[in-house]
Ligand binder design. Structure first.
Ligand code: GLC
Length: 562
């Protein structure tokens, strides 16, 4: 199994739950921890090993929990610490691990640290955040992803200074230069590890080291703040300290949200000998097909499968000898996988959704699978800005409006990529509000719930849901699908993604048609190859594929030619 040692988190399938949208147990329209507890047997039935929950901590919800006001308390909307303890125990009883979300680049402005910090320049908490004294002139331009003016510096009258916020004005950036702040973060992590959780996904962890003393942006980063923010001078020093002080003492997993990570630098974060983190996820795929990333505008020309294959293949190659990768096609920051990468028309929704599931579960690297994708849930495509709840979508709309930009283009792009598309409530059944809540849902339910829902799919052996279960169990039964060498075949094919996975004497071939036309891969394999799974009732046994067809074959005689 080459040099890469086996680890539980390499073999795991991670299922991500956005708690606000999963299941509401008390009728207030917001999903909660007791709702997740009600659905533990469903989660278990999927066969997944790890659940990652988006932030569940006390928060005024400017950014749905990514603005934390108390890192050791549960958000009121979500329940109590007793509910949390019960949830964790319920997962562990079922053999499922629990990973939480660590948001340590910034806190809420309602955190007591910031409440103190903003009071005076002499306050003991002043140095918990980044401040710029106004008498030194205006601070150099920094981009804020969620600010109505795109400005990451917010002026405060009270102390005649500006504070830094890469995200919304209610998300001031913590000052990791201050060793006391780092110690606070380590203590929070210890608190949760000592409760028994199994790891952390680390929110924008690549941004924690700031370019003190905030000089003008070097011109090579013009228009690419993400890259600049991710290359802070002390980043790796901090991550190594974090590992030494806390992570190395527990059997847990860590995954960086890695904006700004590249195939050149990612091993600095995840190579074993660096002693930093276990995994990271990149944005190269999700960035595909944009005309303007910062403003979330899409390129009408769309995206190309050849490019998509190149990106996944380039990223796979990085981890040939060291480190370990991740694969995902959607999460709470992106639209629904089938709407973005497949085809969500009624005709092709199920088949293309199963094809994408086949992809995620046959690649090397730990798959992160987003709740609801197992049903083929689709983008809601709001026409009106009033329907959106996401601060990013709302504030960018304001920004583009104030600049006199093209709001029609913006709204059309949001139908494809706005984050709320992936945050609509889970579709459990065909009852009112899809069985998500008895109240008014915080975000509209997708009207297709009468057709696309878990209850209906339980009853059908061929449903997306049951296909996902079959794919999870296939991956778990074949170490080659986890650890095996990945080789891209027929790389120039514009419709078919084809690759092999090999380990010891086992060899698998994966054929995926990403188009709505029949297509053929230019590969040959012997006819006595065995089909392990396919998304059509009678899977193809050769390289000619129907629209969105997916087939996984085992090759017995070692012949694959192109
Ligand atoms: C990360 C989160 C995103 C959040 C942002 C600010 O990108 O995934 O949801 O809005 O950080 O915390």
């Amino acid at each position: 199994m080459n040099e890469q040692s086996r680890k539980w988190w390499k073999e795991a399938v991670v299922y991500q739950i956005y708690p606000r949208s999963f299941k509401d147990s008390n009728g207030d329209g917001v999903g909660d921890l007791r709702g997740i507890i009600e659905k533990l047997d469903y989660i278990k039935s999927l066969g997944v090993d790890v659940v990652w929950l988006n932030p569940i901590f006390a928060s005024p919800n400017d950014d749905n929990g990514y603005d934390i006001s108390d890192y050791r308390a549960i958000m009121d909307d979500f329940g109590s610490m007793d509910d949390f303890d019960e949830l964790l125990a319920g997962m562990h009883e079922r053999g499922i691990k629990l990973v939480l979300d660590l948001v340590a680049n910034h806190s809420s402005d309602e955190h007591v640290w910031f409440q103190e910090s903003r009071k005076s320049r002499e306050n003991p908490y002043r140095n918990y955040y980044h401040w710029w004294n106004a008498e030194d002139g205006a601070p150099p331009k920094r981009w804020s992803f969620f600010d109505v003016n795109g400005d990451a510096w917010q002026f405060e009258e009270q102390t005649n200074s500006y504070y830094l916020h890469y995200f919304s004005v209610k998300q001031p950036d913590l000052n990791w230069e201050n060793p006391i702040v780092r110690k606070e973060v380590y203590d929070i992590i210890k608190f949760w590890f000592d409760k028994g959780i199994d790891g952390f996904r680390m929110d924008v962890i690549t941004f924690v080291s700031k370019d003190i003393p905030f000089k003008d942006l070097p011109s090579k980063y013009d228009g690419n703040f993400v890259q600049y923010y991710a290359e802070g001078p002390r980043l790796h020093e901090y991550l190594q300290e974090l590992n030494r002080e806390v992570l190395s003492k527990y059997d847990i997993m860590t995954v960086a949200e890695g904006p700004g990570t590249t195939t050149e630098n990612v091993l600095d974060f995840v190579a074993e000998d660096r002693r930093e983190l276990n995994m990271s996820y990149h944005f190269d795929i999700s960035n595909l097909g944009h005309r303007n990333l910062a403003k979330k505008l899409m390129d009408p020309a769309g995206w190309s499968l050849v490019e998509f294959k190149k990106i996944f293949s380039r990223w796979d190659a990085v981890f040939n000898e060291k480190g370990w990768g991740t694969v995902y096609l959607g999460n709470h920051d992106f639209p629904r996988m089938v709407s973005r990468w497949g085809n969500d028309s009624p005709e092709y929704r199920d088949i293309s959704s199963k094809m994408l599931t086949t992809f995620l579960l046959t690649m090397r690297g730990t798959p992160y699978y987003y709740f609801g994708d197992e049903l083929g849930m689709t983008n809601i495509r709001f026409d009106n800005i009033e329907d959106y709840r996401d601060i990013m979508t709302i504030n960018l709309h304001k920004l583009i409006e104030s600049e006199g930009g093209d709001l029609t283009e913006y709204m059309e792009s949001q139908k494809l990529i706005a984050r709320d598309n992936g945050r609509t409530p889970m579709q459990w059944d065909d009852s009112h509000n899809a069985g998500f809540t008895t109240g008014k849902p915080w975000l509209k339910v997708n009207p297709n719930y009468e057709e696309v829902n878990a209850a209906a799919q339980e009853a059908h052996p061929d449903s997306c849901l049951n296909y996902f279960r079959d794919m999870v169990s296939l991956r778990k039964s074949e170490p080659a699908l986890v650890y095996g060498k990945y080789t891209l075949l027929d790389e120039g094919n514009k419709s078919v993604y084809c690759y092999s996975r090999e380990l010891d004497d086992r060899k698998f071939l994966v054929l995926l048609n990403f188009s709505e036309r029949s297509a053929t891969a230019d590969v040959n394999f012997s006819l006595d190859s065995g089909v392990l799974i396919g998304n059509y009732p009678e899977p193809s046994t050769n390289a000619s594929l129907r629209p969105y067809e997916a087939v996984v074959l085992e090759i017995y005689d070692n012949i694959i030619t192109i």
